[in-house]
Design a protein around this ligand. Structure first.
Ligand code: ATP
Length: 306
C-alpha cells in the first residue's frame, strides 16, 4: 500500500537557518501521528512542506502519491489544515466562513455546513465570529479543516484553547476520521494527552528527527525503567524496602507509597516479590515511562551525541 505521506532526505533552509535537517519518514493511511518538539524544532515547517506551501531545499516530499508543491497537485482537496494561529474575518458569521472555505475547496456548502454541528457550533452558526471565544474559533478552524472528508489532516497545536470537554470531543472526531482511513498529523506540546491517542510519535529537535515510532517502540529503544509503586500500610515503608531485598533501591513517595525502578528484565522478578504471600504490600501499580520522560530522554541522547 502506498504511504499517505513519504518524506525522503528532506532539508529546508531559510537563509542560514536549517529548519529541517535530512528528515525521512513515511506515514501509512489510518494512522494518528504526534509531531512533538520544542519551539523552533521544525514542526510547522514539516506541516507546510506536506501541504506544499513551501518547497524543500533538498530531498523529496510525496503526499497522496504526488508532489504537493506542484501547481496541479490533485490531492489538495483531500488535505485538511488547521494552522497554529487560526484567524477569520470577524465580520462574518461561522456559517458564512464555512461556506466560503467550502467554495474554495470545490465542495457544496450544504455538505459542509453540518460540520458546524459536529464541532458543537450549531447554535452559534449565525453569530459573527468577532463575538466567538478562542475555543469557538478553534472549533470553527477544525470544522474548516474537515471540509471534503480529508485523507490527510494536518493540525498545528489543535487543542490549544480548548476546554477539557471540548478536547475529548475533538479526539473523538479524530478517532472517527482515523477509522475512515484518514491519516492525522497533530503537532503539539500536550504530551500527556497524546500519550493514549497517538499511534506514532515523531520527536523533532532543532530540525533533526530524533525518534519515530509507536510509544511501545520508543519505550523499548529508550530502555527507561518501569516504575513499580507499592502501597503499604501506614508506617510500613521500611518493611517494604526490606522485603524487596538488597540491591533494589526504592524511594518513598509520601508515607504510604514506595516506588521501585525496574529496568528491562527485572520487572517480573520485582512484581513477583511484591505480590508474594506475606509481602507487606496492599496494592501494586505499574507505571511505564511516560511520553514526557521518553521525550526528555531522546532529546538528551541526541544532545549528548552532538
Ligand atoms: P513552535 O513550537 O514554536 O511552533 P516549530 O517546531 O513549529 O515551533 P518552525 O516554525 O518549523 O518550528 O521553525 C523552525 C525554525 O525555522 C525556527 O528556527 C524558525 O525561526 C525558522 N523559520 C520558520 N519559518 C521561517 C521563515 N519563513 N523564515 C525564516 N526562518 C523561519
Amino acid at each position: 500500500m502506498t504511504a499517505t505521506v513519504d518524506l525522503s532526505g528532506v532539508i529546508k533552509r531559510y537563509g542560514g537557518i536549517e529548519a529541517v535537517r535530512d528528515v525521512s519518514f513515511d506515514l501509512p493511511a489510518g494512522e494518528t501521528v504526534a509531531l512533538v518538539g520544542h519551539n523552533g524544532a521544525g514542526k510547522t515547517t514539516l506541516l507546510k512542506l506536506m501541504l506544499g506551501l513551501i518547497r524543500p531545499t533538498a530531498g523529496s516530499v510525496r503526499v497522496l502519491g504526488d508532489n504537493p508543491a506542484q501547481g496541479e497537485f490533485g490531492g489538495r482537496r483531500r488535505l485538511g489544515y488547521l494552522p497554529e494561529n487560526v484567524a477569520f474575518n470577524p465580520a462574518l458569521t461561522g456559517r458564512e466562513i464555512l461556506s466560503f472555505y467550502a467554495r474554495l475547496k470545490g465542495e457544496p456548502a450544504a455538505k459542509a455546513l453540518p460540520l458546524l454541528d459536529r464541532v458543537g457550533l450549531a447554535e452559534a452558526a449565525s453569530r459573527r465570529v468577532g463575538t466567538y471565544s478562542k475555543g469557538m474559533r478553534q472549533r470553527l478552524g477544525l470544522a474548516q479543516a474537515l471540509i471534503g472528508e480529508p485523507l490527510l489532516l494536518l493540525l498545528d497545536e489543535p487543542t490549544t484553547g480548548l476546554d477539557p470537554a471540548l478536547r475529548l470531543s475533538f479526539y473523538e472526531i479524530i478517532q472517527q476520521l482515523r477509522d475512515r482511513g484518514a491519516t492525522v498529523v497533530l503537532s503539539s506540546h500536550a504530551l500527556t494527552e497524546l500519550e493514549e491517542r497517538a499511534g506514532r510519535v515523531i520527536i523533532m529537535n532543532r530540525g533533526i528527527m530524533v525518534a519515530n515510532g509507536t510509544i511501545e517502540e520508543l519505550r523499548r529503544v529508550a530502555e527507561l525503567p518501569t516504575r513499580i509503586r507499592l502501597t503499604v500500610a501506614e508506617g510500613g515503608a521500611r518493611a517494604a524496602h526490606a522485603w524487596m531485598g538488597q540491591g533494589e533501591s526504592g524511594r518513598d513517595l509520601g508515607t504510604r507509597v514506595v516506588e521501585f525502578e525496574a529496568y528491562q528484565g527485572r520487572k517480573l522478578a520485582l512484581l513477583r516479590r511484591a505480590t508474594e504471600q506475606g509481602a507487606p504490600v496492599q496494592d501494586v501499580d505499574i507505571v511505564p515511562p511516560s511520553l514526557d520522560e521518553l521525550y526528555a530522554h531522546f532529546l538528551r541522547r541526541q544532545e549528548a551525541a552532538e
